[in-house]
Write a protein that binds this ligand. Structure first.
Ligand SMILES: [Zn+2]
Length: 67
């Protein structure tokens, strides 16, 4: 199936039977991020964590913190 990145509008093909595809179909995960953007965001999160001592570790793993 196809998933559109919410940040850069890039359309990626993802495995139809992958966990991510399943989550998107069930709307458990409303947003898709391409590898590039999720990397960029985890960099930012990392910076923020260092400056504000903000614990986002769990959210970072599921990538749900962007909502
Ligand atoms: Zn993207």
């Amino acid at each position: 199936m196809r998933a559109k990145c919410i940040l850069c509008d890039r359309v990626d093909k993802i495995e139809a039977y992958s966990l991510l595809a399943k989550q998107l179909r069930k709307k458990r995960k409303m947003s898709y991020l391409c590898d590039e953007c999720s990397e960029r965001i985890s960099d930012k999160t990392h910076e923020r964590k260092q400056s504000a001592n903000f614990n986002l570790y769990k959210e970072e793993q599921t990538e749900d913190y962007i909502r």
